[in-house]
Design a binder for this molecule. Structure first.
Ligand code: GDD
Ligand code: MN
Length: 374
Protein backbone atom coordinates (compact mmCIF):
# COMPACT_ATOMS: atom_id res chain seq x y z
CA UNK A 1 0.00 0.00 0.00
CA UNK A 2 1.42 3.40 -0.96
CA UNK A 3 0.94 6.16 1.51
CA UNK A 4 -0.66 9.48 0.73
CA UNK A 5 2.19 11.95 0.08
CA UNK A 6 0.19 14.70 1.76
CA UNK A 7 -0.08 12.74 5.01
CA UNK A 8 2.38 13.54 7.77
CA UNK A 9 5.32 11.19 8.19
CA UNK A 10 4.45 9.83 11.56
CA UNK A 11 1.20 8.28 12.58
CA UNK A 12 0.70 7.20 16.16
CA UNK A 13 1.82 3.67 16.93
CA UNK A 14 0.56 3.94 20.50
CA UNK A 15 -2.85 5.21 21.60
CA UNK A 16 -3.24 5.81 25.32
CA UNK A 17 -6.94 5.75 26.13
CA UNK A 18 -8.06 7.72 29.19
CA UNK A 19 -11.64 7.17 30.39
CA UNK A 20 -12.79 10.23 32.28
CA UNK A 21 -15.67 11.29 34.42
CA UNK A 22 -15.17 14.64 36.16
CA UNK A 23 -11.41 14.83 35.67
CA UNK A 24 -11.17 18.39 34.30
CA UNK A 25 -8.38 19.25 36.70
CA UNK A 26 -6.38 16.12 35.91
CA UNK A 27 -6.49 15.88 32.12
CA UNK A 28 -4.00 18.68 31.34
CA UNK A 29 -1.59 17.35 33.97
CA UNK A 30 -1.75 13.82 32.61
CA UNK A 31 -1.17 15.05 29.06
CA UNK A 32 1.93 16.97 30.20
CA UNK A 33 3.27 13.86 31.91
CA UNK A 34 2.69 11.71 28.83
CA UNK A 35 4.56 14.28 26.73
CA UNK A 36 7.53 13.82 29.01
CA UNK A 37 7.59 10.04 29.33
CA UNK A 38 6.63 9.22 25.75
CA UNK A 39 8.93 11.78 24.17
CA UNK A 40 10.36 10.51 20.89
CA UNK A 41 7.58 7.99 20.34
CA UNK A 42 4.69 8.48 17.89
CA UNK A 43 1.88 8.43 20.46
CA UNK A 44 -1.51 9.96 21.07
CA UNK A 45 -3.81 10.28 24.06
CA UNK A 46 -7.52 9.61 23.55
CA UNK A 47 -9.79 10.99 26.25
CA UNK A 48 -13.18 9.29 26.35
CA UNK A 49 -15.45 11.45 28.45
CA UNK A 50 -19.04 10.69 29.40
CA UNK A 51 -20.23 14.27 29.21
CA UNK A 52 -18.85 15.18 32.63
CA UNK A 53 -20.64 18.16 34.17
CA UNK A 54 -17.28 19.73 35.12
CA UNK A 55 -16.46 20.27 31.44
CA UNK A 56 -13.68 17.67 31.16
CA UNK A 57 -14.40 17.26 27.44
CA UNK A 58 -14.05 21.01 26.82
CA UNK A 59 -10.72 21.05 28.59
CA UNK A 60 -9.57 18.13 26.42
CA UNK A 61 -10.86 19.69 23.19
CA UNK A 62 -9.07 22.95 24.02
CA UNK A 63 -5.76 21.08 24.19
CA UNK A 64 -6.62 19.05 21.08
CA UNK A 65 -6.98 22.28 19.06
CA UNK A 66 -3.36 23.07 19.77
CA UNK A 67 -1.83 19.62 19.81
CA UNK A 68 -2.84 16.71 17.54
CA UNK A 69 -1.45 14.25 20.06
CA UNK A 70 -4.63 14.67 22.03
CA UNK A 71 -8.00 13.52 20.80
CA UNK A 72 -11.26 13.46 22.69
CA UNK A 73 -14.44 11.49 22.29
CA UNK A 74 -17.39 13.01 24.10
CA UNK A 75 -20.12 10.43 24.68
CA UNK A 76 -23.62 11.55 25.55
CA UNK A 77 -26.42 9.53 27.11
CA UNK A 78 -24.05 6.68 27.74
CA UNK A 79 -22.16 5.94 30.90
CA UNK A 80 -19.69 3.42 32.13
CA UNK A 81 -15.98 2.85 32.47
CA UNK A 82 -15.54 -0.33 30.42
CA UNK A 83 -17.69 0.89 27.53
CA UNK A 84 -15.70 4.13 27.36
CA UNK A 85 -12.40 2.25 27.21
CA UNK A 86 -13.61 -0.07 24.46
CA UNK A 87 -14.81 2.89 22.44
CA UNK A 88 -11.47 4.63 22.78
CA UNK A 89 -9.63 1.56 21.55
CA UNK A 90 -11.98 1.25 18.59
CA UNK A 91 -11.23 4.83 17.59
CA UNK A 92 -7.53 4.03 17.33
CA UNK A 93 -5.55 2.97 14.27
CA UNK A 94 -2.30 2.46 16.16
CA UNK A 95 -0.53 -0.88 16.55
CA UNK A 96 -0.74 -0.77 20.31
CA UNK A 97 -3.36 0.61 22.68
CA UNK A 98 -3.29 1.26 26.40
CA UNK A 99 -5.66 2.33 29.12
CA UNK A 100 -4.74 4.52 32.07
CA UNK A 101 -6.94 6.24 34.65
CA UNK A 102 -7.36 9.96 34.25
CA UNK A 103 -6.76 10.76 37.91
CA UNK A 104 -2.94 10.37 37.98
CA UNK A 105 -3.13 7.34 40.31
CA UNK A 106 -1.38 5.14 37.77
CA UNK A 107 2.32 5.72 37.28
CA UNK A 108 2.70 6.76 33.64
CA UNK A 109 6.47 6.34 33.85
CA UNK A 110 6.14 2.60 33.23
CA UNK A 111 4.47 3.14 29.85
CA UNK A 112 7.76 2.98 27.86
CA UNK A 113 8.61 -0.31 29.56
CA UNK A 114 5.19 -1.75 28.70
CA UNK A 115 5.56 -0.52 25.15
CA UNK A 116 9.01 -2.09 24.78
CA UNK A 117 7.68 -5.44 26.02
CA UNK A 118 5.05 -5.46 23.28
CA UNK A 119 7.25 -4.17 20.49
CA UNK A 120 9.94 -6.76 21.22
CA UNK A 121 7.31 -9.51 21.02
CA UNK A 122 7.90 -10.51 24.64
CA UNK A 123 4.21 -10.00 25.37
CA UNK A 124 0.82 -9.32 23.79
CA UNK A 125 -0.47 -7.74 26.95
CA UNK A 126 1.53 -5.71 29.49
CA UNK A 127 -0.18 -5.16 32.83
CA UNK A 128 0.70 -2.41 35.28
CA UNK A 129 0.74 -4.30 38.57
CA UNK A 130 0.18 -2.36 41.75
CA UNK A 131 2.75 -3.06 44.44
CA UNK A 132 3.18 -1.59 47.90
CA UNK A 133 5.95 0.91 48.37
CA UNK A 134 8.01 0.06 51.45
CA UNK A 135 9.46 3.53 51.75
CA UNK A 136 6.24 5.54 51.57
CA UNK A 137 2.59 4.87 52.33
CA UNK A 138 1.01 3.65 49.09
CA UNK A 139 -2.41 4.58 47.76
CA UNK A 140 -3.86 1.11 48.36
CA UNK A 141 -5.48 0.52 51.77
CA UNK A 142 -4.88 -2.82 53.60
CA UNK A 143 -8.51 -3.84 53.04
CA UNK A 144 -8.22 -3.11 49.35
CA UNK A 145 -4.95 -5.01 49.24
CA UNK A 146 -6.61 -8.11 50.78
CA UNK A 147 -9.50 -7.86 48.35
CA UNK A 148 -7.03 -7.67 45.47
CA UNK A 149 -5.23 -10.80 46.68
CA UNK A 150 -8.47 -12.72 46.94
CA UNK A 151 -9.42 -11.60 43.47
CA UNK A 152 -6.06 -12.71 42.09
CA UNK A 153 -6.44 -16.17 43.62
CA UNK A 154 -9.92 -16.61 42.22
CA UNK A 155 -8.83 -15.32 38.85
CA UNK A 156 -6.03 -17.88 38.58
CA UNK A 157 -8.55 -20.60 39.31
CA UNK A 158 -10.68 -19.46 36.39
CA UNK A 159 -8.30 -18.20 33.78
CA UNK A 160 -5.61 -20.80 34.34
CA UNK A 161 -3.11 -17.94 34.06
CA UNK A 162 -1.53 -16.30 37.01
CA UNK A 163 -1.94 -12.53 37.05
CA UNK A 164 -0.92 -10.77 40.27
CA UNK A 165 -3.27 -7.83 39.80
CA UNK A 166 -6.20 -8.80 37.56
CA UNK A 167 -8.22 -5.83 38.87
CA UNK A 168 -5.68 -3.42 37.46
CA UNK A 169 -7.15 -0.69 35.31
CA UNK A 170 -3.75 0.09 33.75
CA UNK A 171 -2.47 -2.00 30.85
CA UNK A 172 -1.32 -2.09 27.24
CA UNK A 173 -2.28 -4.55 24.53
CA UNK A 174 -1.96 -5.12 20.78
CA UNK A 175 -4.79 -3.27 19.10
CA UNK A 176 -5.69 -6.12 16.75
CA UNK A 177 -6.43 -8.33 19.78
CA UNK A 178 -8.92 -5.99 21.39
CA UNK A 179 -10.34 -4.99 18.01
CA UNK A 180 -11.14 -8.63 17.39
CA UNK A 181 -12.51 -9.24 20.89
CA UNK A 182 -14.53 -6.00 21.01
CA UNK A 183 -17.96 -7.43 20.14
CA UNK A 184 -17.62 -9.92 23.01
CA UNK A 185 -16.46 -7.43 25.64
CA UNK A 186 -19.01 -6.17 28.12
CA UNK A 187 -19.45 -2.39 28.31
CA UNK A 188 -21.16 -2.54 31.70
CA UNK A 189 -18.42 -3.66 34.05
CA UNK A 190 -15.39 -2.05 35.63
CA UNK A 191 -12.96 -4.94 35.27
CA UNK A 192 -12.06 -4.56 31.66
CA UNK A 193 -8.76 -6.42 32.08
CA UNK A 194 -10.50 -9.53 33.45
CA UNK A 195 -12.88 -9.38 30.52
CA UNK A 196 -10.06 -9.11 27.97
CA UNK A 197 -8.08 -12.01 29.45
CA UNK A 198 -11.10 -14.30 29.86
CA UNK A 199 -12.44 -13.44 26.40
CA UNK A 200 -9.06 -14.20 24.83
CA UNK A 201 -9.22 -17.62 26.47
CA UNK A 202 -5.60 -18.07 27.49
CA UNK A 203 -4.13 -17.06 24.16
CA UNK A 204 -2.22 -14.03 25.41
CA UNK A 205 1.41 -13.73 26.37
CA UNK A 206 1.27 -11.63 29.51
CA UNK A 207 4.00 -9.41 30.95
CA UNK A 208 3.67 -7.61 34.28
CA UNK A 209 5.27 -4.27 35.07
CA UNK A 210 5.16 -3.27 38.75
CA UNK A 211 4.43 0.27 39.93
CA UNK A 212 3.28 2.03 43.08
CA UNK A 213 -0.38 3.07 43.10
CA UNK A 214 -0.62 6.74 44.00
CA UNK A 215 -3.30 8.44 46.10
CA UNK A 216 -5.80 10.54 44.17
CA UNK A 217 -4.80 14.23 43.87
CA UNK A 218 -7.97 15.94 42.69
CA UNK A 219 -11.61 14.91 42.36
CA UNK A 220 -13.12 11.85 43.98
CA UNK A 221 -13.17 8.12 43.23
CA UNK A 222 -16.17 6.98 41.25
CA UNK A 223 -15.81 3.36 42.23
CA UNK A 224 -16.26 1.66 45.58
CA UNK A 225 -14.78 -1.58 46.87
CA UNK A 226 -18.22 -3.06 46.29
CA UNK A 227 -17.59 -3.06 42.56
CA UNK A 228 -15.52 -6.17 43.31
CA UNK A 229 -18.87 -7.87 42.98
CA UNK A 230 -19.01 -6.94 39.33
CA UNK A 231 -16.04 -9.25 38.95
CA UNK A 232 -18.34 -12.13 39.93
CA UNK A 233 -20.89 -10.96 37.39
CA UNK A 234 -18.22 -11.02 34.72
CA UNK A 235 -17.21 -14.53 35.71
CA UNK A 236 -20.79 -15.84 35.48
CA UNK A 237 -21.17 -14.04 32.17
CA UNK A 238 -18.18 -15.93 30.78
CA UNK A 239 -19.14 -19.23 32.38
CA UNK A 240 -22.46 -19.14 30.53
CA UNK A 241 -20.77 -18.42 27.23
CA UNK A 242 -21.95 -14.80 27.31
CA UNK A 243 -25.61 -15.79 27.65
CA UNK A 244 -26.23 -13.92 30.90
CA UNK A 245 -25.56 -10.18 30.87
CA UNK A 246 -23.35 -9.01 33.76
CA UNK A 247 -26.08 -6.73 35.01
CA UNK A 248 -28.60 -9.55 35.11
CA UNK A 249 -26.22 -11.73 37.12
CA UNK A 250 -25.68 -8.89 39.58
CA UNK A 251 -29.38 -8.09 39.78
CA UNK A 252 -30.32 -11.72 40.40
CA UNK A 253 -27.55 -12.21 43.01
CA UNK A 254 -28.71 -9.10 44.84
CA UNK A 255 -32.26 -10.51 44.65
CA UNK A 256 -30.99 -13.68 46.33
CA UNK A 257 -29.35 -11.57 49.05
CA UNK A 258 -32.72 -9.81 49.42
CA UNK A 259 -34.40 -13.13 50.05
CA UNK A 260 -31.99 -13.86 52.89
CA UNK A 261 -32.58 -10.36 54.31
CA UNK A 262 -36.32 -10.96 54.12
CA UNK A 263 -36.13 -14.23 56.02
CA UNK A 264 -33.80 -12.76 58.63
CA UNK A 265 -36.09 -9.81 59.30
CA UNK A 266 -39.14 -12.06 59.47
CA UNK A 267 -37.40 -14.45 61.85
CA UNK A 268 -36.26 -11.54 63.99
CA UNK A 269 -39.76 -10.08 64.24
CA UNK A 270 -41.59 -13.33 64.84
CA UNK A 271 -39.09 -15.27 66.92
CA UNK A 272 -37.08 -12.66 68.78
CA UNK A 273 -39.65 -9.89 69.17
CA UNK A 274 -42.65 -12.20 69.40
CA UNK A 275 -44.68 -10.40 66.75
CA UNK A 276 -48.15 -11.96 66.56
CA UNK A 277 -49.41 -10.48 63.34
CA UNK A 278 -47.74 -12.53 60.59
CA UNK A 279 -49.02 -10.34 57.77
CA UNK A 280 -47.52 -7.24 59.37
CA UNK A 281 -44.20 -9.03 59.79
CA UNK A 282 -44.30 -10.15 56.19
CA UNK A 283 -44.94 -6.60 55.00
CA UNK A 284 -42.12 -5.18 57.12
CA UNK A 285 -39.71 -7.86 55.88
CA UNK A 286 -40.72 -7.16 52.27
CA UNK A 287 -40.03 -3.44 52.67
CA UNK A 288 -36.62 -4.01 54.24
CA UNK A 289 -35.67 -6.54 51.55
CA UNK A 290 -36.77 -4.14 48.81
CA UNK A 291 -34.72 -1.37 50.39
CA UNK A 292 -31.68 -3.62 50.52
CA UNK A 293 -32.18 -4.61 46.88
CA UNK A 294 -32.56 -0.99 45.86
CA UNK A 295 -29.47 0.18 47.72
CA UNK A 296 -27.24 -2.62 46.46
CA UNK A 297 -28.37 -2.26 42.86
CA UNK A 298 -27.94 1.49 43.14
CA UNK A 299 -24.42 1.01 44.47
CA UNK A 300 -23.26 -1.81 42.18
CA UNK A 301 -25.41 -2.88 39.23
CA UNK A 302 -26.37 0.62 38.12
CA UNK A 303 -23.55 2.52 39.76
CA UNK A 304 -22.96 4.79 36.79
CA UNK A 305 -26.64 5.79 36.89
CA UNK A 306 -27.05 5.92 40.61
CA UNK A 307 -29.38 8.10 42.65
CA UNK A 308 -27.84 10.27 45.33
CA UNK A 309 -29.20 12.13 48.34
CA UNK A 310 -32.91 12.85 48.41
CA UNK A 311 -33.32 11.56 44.86
CA UNK A 312 -32.94 8.10 46.35
CA UNK A 313 -36.40 8.33 47.90
CA UNK A 314 -38.13 8.79 44.55
CA UNK A 315 -35.97 6.07 43.01
CA UNK A 316 -36.82 3.67 45.79
CA UNK A 317 -40.57 4.32 45.57
CA UNK A 318 -40.53 3.67 41.83
CA UNK A 319 -38.47 0.52 42.35
CA UNK A 320 -40.82 -0.74 45.09
CA UNK A 321 -43.85 -0.12 42.90
CA UNK A 322 -42.41 -2.05 39.96
CA UNK A 323 -41.25 -4.92 42.19
CA UNK A 324 -44.75 -5.19 43.63
CA UNK A 325 -46.06 -5.76 40.13
CA UNK A 326 -43.37 -8.44 39.78
CA UNK A 327 -44.47 -10.06 43.04
CA UNK A 328 -48.11 -10.18 41.96
CA UNK A 329 -47.11 -11.73 38.62
CA UNK A 330 -44.98 -14.25 40.49
CA UNK A 331 -47.89 -15.29 42.69
CA UNK A 332 -50.39 -15.45 39.83
CA UNK A 333 -48.20 -17.48 37.51
CA UNK A 334 -47.15 -19.92 40.23
CA UNK A 335 -50.76 -20.48 41.36
CA UNK A 336 -51.97 -20.85 37.80
CA UNK A 337 -49.32 -23.47 37.01
CA UNK A 338 -49.94 -25.24 40.28
CA UNK A 339 -53.69 -25.43 39.62
CA UNK A 340 -52.79 -26.99 36.26
CA UNK A 341 -50.67 -30.06 36.71
CA UNK A 342 -47.27 -28.62 37.60
CA UNK A 343 -45.30 -29.92 40.55
CA UNK A 344 -45.18 -27.30 43.31
CA UNK A 345 -41.51 -26.45 42.90
CA UNK A 346 -41.73 -26.10 39.11
CA UNK A 347 -44.66 -23.74 39.58
CA UNK A 348 -42.78 -21.81 42.29
CA UNK A 349 -39.59 -21.56 40.25
CA UNK A 350 -41.41 -20.40 37.12
CA UNK A 351 -43.18 -17.71 39.12
CA UNK A 352 -39.93 -16.52 40.70
CA UNK A 353 -38.16 -16.50 37.33
CA UNK A 354 -40.85 -14.39 35.71
CA UNK A 355 -40.71 -11.87 38.53
CA UNK A 356 -36.91 -11.54 38.53
CA UNK A 357 -36.85 -11.02 34.75
CA UNK A 358 -39.68 -8.49 35.05
CA UNK A 359 -37.99 -6.65 37.91
CA UNK A 360 -34.72 -6.56 35.99
CA UNK A 361 -36.24 -5.29 32.75
CA UNK A 362 -38.54 -2.81 34.50
CA UNK A 363 -35.74 -1.41 36.70
CA UNK A 364 -33.41 -0.93 33.77
CA UNK A 365 -36.11 0.75 31.73
CA UNK A 366 -37.76 2.94 34.34
CA UNK A 367 -35.68 3.28 37.50
CA UNK A 368 -32.01 3.63 36.49
CA UNK A 369 -32.45 5.34 33.16
CA UNK A 370 -31.63 8.89 34.16
CA UNK A 371 -28.42 10.48 33.08
CA UNK A 372 -25.86 10.78 35.81
CA UNK A 373 -25.37 14.29 37.05
CA UNK A 374 -22.74 15.37 39.52
N1 GDD B 1 -15.83 7.65 30.64
C1 GDD B 1 -16.03 7.26 31.91
N2 GDD B 1 -17.28 6.86 32.29
N3 GDD B 1 -15.00 7.23 32.77
C2 GDD B 1 -15.24 6.84 34.04
C3 GDD B 1 -16.51 6.44 34.50
C4 GDD B 1 -17.60 6.46 33.56
O1 GDD B 1 -18.74 6.14 33.87
N4 GDD B 1 -16.41 6.10 35.82
C5 GDD B 1 -15.11 6.29 36.16
N5 GDD B 1 -14.41 6.76 35.10
C6 GDD B 1 -12.97 7.10 35.01
C7 GDD B 1 -12.48 8.04 36.09
O2 GDD B 1 -12.61 9.39 35.71
C8 GDD B 1 -11.02 7.64 36.19
O3 GDD B 1 -10.22 8.24 35.19
C9 GDD B 1 -11.07 6.13 35.93
O4 GDD B 1 -12.26 5.89 35.20
C10 GDD B 1 -11.06 5.28 37.22
O5 GDD B 1 -12.08 5.73 38.07
P1 GDD B 1 -11.81 6.02 39.63
O6 GDD B 1 -13.06 6.60 40.14
O7 GDD B 1 -10.54 6.79 39.80
O8 GDD B 1 -11.63 4.53 40.12
P2 GDD B 1 -10.75 3.92 41.30
O9 GDD B 1 -9.46 4.64 41.47
O10 GDD B 1 -11.64 3.76 42.47
O11 GDD B 1 -10.49 2.44 40.68
C11 GDD B 1 -9.30 2.03 40.05
O12 GDD B 1 -8.91 0.82 40.62
C12 GDD B 1 -9.74 -0.31 40.33
C13 GDD B 1 -9.23 -1.52 41.04
O13 GDD B 1 -9.25 -1.36 42.41
C14 GDD B 1 -9.47 1.86 38.54
O14 GDD B 1 -8.18 1.71 37.96
C15 GDD B 1 -10.27 0.64 38.13
O15 GDD B 1 -10.17 0.47 36.72
C16 GDD B 1 -9.75 -0.56 38.84
O16 GDD B 1 -10.57 -1.69 38.55
MN1 MN C 1 -8.79 6.38 40.80
Amino acid sequence: MTSDPAAPEVRPTLSVVVPTYREAANVPALFERLKTVLDGLPWEMIVVDDNSPDGTADVAFAIARRDPRLRCIRRVNRLGLAGAVIEGWLASSADIVAVIDGDLQHDERILPKMYAALVSGEGDLAIGTRVADETAPGGLSPARQKLSELGAWFFRLLAGTSVSDPMSGFFMVRREIVAQLAPQLSPDGFKILVDVVLSAGGRLKIVEVPYVFRPRQAGESKLSPLVGLDFLGLVAHHATGGLLPIRFVLFASIGAIGLVVHLLVLTGLVEALGLQDFAAGQIAATIVAMASNFLLNNEITYRAYRYRGLGMIGGFLLFALLCSVGAIANLDIASWLFRGRSVWWVAGLAGALVSVVWNYAASATFVWRRRRVG
